[in-house]
Ligand binder design. Sequence first.
Ligand code: HEC
Length: 114
Amino acid sequence: MKKSFILILLTIFTACTVKLMPPAQSDVDRVSAKYPGYNLNELNEGKALFEQTCKRCHRLKNPASRNEDKWTKIVPSMINKLNKKEGKVVIDDKQQESILRYIITMNSAGKSTM
Ligand code: HEC
């Protein structure tokens, strides 16, 4: 009885987790006009930062769930919340930009699944 309850909870939890597609060179190529010189390493760094940072207070949000305009406003506001809460700069401007670039790059992929 207890076991099956835990199993059900686990299933629900897993189903709610965002599955992030691993970034590919084609993702970098797609945004090369927007971000000249951007490379796959930087995109992966952005992904790692996004995963570490953006699940600190709530579940990770899907990059495809909002448009570029929204993300450009939301990300700085979230980083601001975090730095205020911690009373120090946890994520600096450069790291914030890295997270934003990752989200916007993967957002335009239209293949990120919930
Ligand atoms: C310090 C805690 C904290 C961190 C870290 C944080 N968030 Fe949030 N987030 C919140 C809270 C609280 C809300 C709900 C209130 C609000 O919308 O401001 C929220 C709401 C949101 C929403 C819904 C807001 C809307 O207007 O649709 C999105 C999207 C979001 N967060 C994305 C992110 C991303 C991306 C990151 C990483 C860059 C992040 N969050 C990091 C606390 C946080």
